[in-house]
Design a protein. Sequence first.
Length: 145
Amino acid sequence: MSSSSSSSSSSSSSSSSPVSSETTTVSKEIDPNNVLKVADFFKSITYQDSSLDDFTSLDSFSVLFQSNIRALSLARGRISCSVIVTPALANYFNGLHGGSVASIAERLSMACAKTVVSEDKQLFLGELSMSYLSAAPVSWWRDQW
């Protein structure tokens, strides 16, 4: 979404603003009525869960994934890790969600690159491609570590 103008919502949940946070931006080229329709659609198909409020801040993926990933080895240009698949990272079929795979891969790619380049160097992942053989199932036991 292009971010030409900023729209903000009040901190109360009863606000009629279609945006979900003060940092959400909406393009001037988009009809505000269409923004409201999309926001209403998402409200109609989602379940309000206050436990998700912790994950609305910048870098919330770190909080979400920190208890699921364990580094096994670190070397220059190489990181090996283990991932426990919990329901928070699972899809409808109780397998590791593709978005979780992408997020973990992106985080580990950045961490791996930072073992090679200077710490103050700005990095971004330009393209990410994955192929799946089968899903990693949810691990119902957490005592594996």
